[in-house]
Ligand binder design. Structure first.
Ligand code: MV4
Length: 449
């Protein structure tokens, strides 16, 4: 097991990782920019190192500074959290070159899943259902029109190096296709330095359902159920829940086992999330995330498994915490990402938190690194904290969420709490009857279809 872990992240996930380390008896090193000197994880860590000025590229992405911090403190492992360097294969390799453990998957798997075309080819080869589309990148000399006609309009043009919605263009008709291809390729070239694009059948109103997996890197893997993350705004998840309101046990077992089997064949190491679009009872693989995700607490609440603690144990060579037959989904959990943003315009609202009262009680969890008097800096994401609620049923969970939202106080900055207080009372949400475009239609004042 590791002796000292450097946490190469900030905010709530840095605190989350620190908590798991302390429970494992592992010493912790916090790194911070000059803007985060008063951050909670810095105060609670055994040691802390300032790695640079506020801009992420000069601090949390500053690999030489992070390596120096490991050297100074004698850390033997680095936990990247999410975002920043968490899916940077080169960083994982650089750490290995310096005899440091990267708490994450093998670099080859990070690189593989970072290329959306290779990821899809791999998924298909391993028996995971994928969206009908082109066989890899559409090359300039290929007849994209013929491929699109074979798929059937509308089609989606996607950047191979994209992900998270970047570099996507819909073509509803043949006339749209040429422009969509050119636009997507140009955007991909400038955004990712790679103009490669591929085509997929455009699914009109799917849900976003993701499967949590845990692999031991030696051919063992288990799936831990799903999270429904369909409520998104501009590709930012807002509300996540598990189990999905639309999946039954048979569907869950089928897709879960398909994914777990694929992870066993890959000899996948650590935590991973396989993302699907779900429409008319069918799953369609779109991406795989090779990091711990923001919404991991939803799975922790319904399985009782501490995903970050297991991630660390497995990275140190440990075994999976249980057999697949022992994984049990109990109750229902919903997570709301409370941001320091205006709840209507979503304009960021950094600043000092004058009054802070987090809700409590049975089945209520707050993953946050803020405190009364804390100043939310303008340099990073606007997450104030994640309100995660658990109940025996979805109805009980919604009732508890409604009560917890009404109890929560964050004064001095604007937050998206009013949005959640409205959503938890919205009939379609109460019925679990929504899709990936529902929230943006709701926010636009439309009657979501
Ligand atoms: C799609 C799609 C419809 N059809 N692929 C968006 C980001 C990336 N995860 C893939 N995305 C999508 N891929 C096909 N063939 C619709 C989306 C999409 C989306 C997916 C999940 C959650 C929210 C979304 C919002 C807009 C578009």
């Amino acid at each position: 097991m590791f002796d000292k872990i450097l946490i190469a992240n900030r905010g709530e996930i840095a605190l989350r990782i620190l908590r798991a380390c302390k429970e494992l008896g592992i010493l912790t090193v916090a790194v911070h920019s000059t803007a985060d000197a008063d951050a909670m994880h810095v105060r609670l860590a055994d040691e802390s190192v300032c790695v640079g000025p506020p801009p992420s590229k000069d601090s949390y992405l500053n690999v030489p500074a992070l390596l120096a911090a490991c050297e100074i403190t004698g850390a033997d492992a680095v936990h990247p959290g999410y975002g920043f360097l968490s899916e940077n294969a080169r960083f994982a390799e650089i750490l290995a070159d310096h005899n440091l453990h990267f708490i994450g998957p093998k670099a080859e798997h990070i690189r593989l899943m970072g290329d959306k075309i290779e990821a899809k080819k791999t998924a298909k080869r391993l028996g995971i259902p994928v969206v009908p589309g082109s066989d890899g990148a559409v090359m300039p000399d290929q007849d994209a029109m013929a491929i699109a006609k074979a798929i059937g309009f509308p089609v989606l043009v996607k950047a191979a190096a994209g992900g998270g919605g970047r570099g996507m263009k819909v073509a509803h008709t043949e006339a749209d296709l040429a422009l969509a291809l050119t636009t997507a390729a140009n955007e991909a070239k400038s955004a990712f330095g790679d103009a490669s694009v591929y085509l997929e059948k455009y699914l009109q109103k799917p849900r976003h359902i993701e499967i949590q997996v845990l692999g031991d890197g030696r051919g063992g893997a288990i799936h831990l159920g799903e999270r429904d993350c369909s409520l998104q705004r501009r590709h930012q998840k807002v509300w996540e829940e598990g189990p999905s309101p639309v999946l039954d046990a048979a569907s869950r077992a089928k897709i879960g086992e398909t994914v777990a089997k694929a992870m066993r064949e890959m000899k996948y190491l650590g935590v991973g999330t396989v993302e699907f679009l779900y429409e008319d009872g069918e799953f369609y693989f779109i991406e795989m995330n090779t990091r711990i995700q923001v919404e991991h607490p939803v799975t922790e609440m319904i399985t009782g498994i501490d995903l970050v603690l297991e991630q660390i144990r497995i990275a140190a060579g440990g075994d999976l915490p249980m057999q697949q037959s022992e994984v049990a989904i109990t109750g229902h959990s919903i997570e709301c990402r409370v941001n320091a943003e205006n709840p209507v315009s979503f304009r960021p609202s950094p600043g000092r938190i004058q009054q802070y009262h987090p809700p409590g009680g049975l089945g209520v969890r707050i993953d946050s690194a803020v405190y009364q008097g804390y100043v939310i800096p303008p340099y990073y994401d606007s997450l104030v904290g994640k309100l995660i609620v658990h109940g025996k049923t979805r109805v009980e969970c919604l009732m508890r969420l409604r009560r917890a939202l009404d109890e929560m106080v964050v004064d001095g900055i604007e937050t998206t709490l009013p949005l959640f207080r409205a959503l938890v009372r919205e009939p379609a949400i109460i019925d679990g009857d929504y899709h990936i475009h529902w929230l943006e239609q709701y926010l636009a004042g439309q009657q979501p279809g």
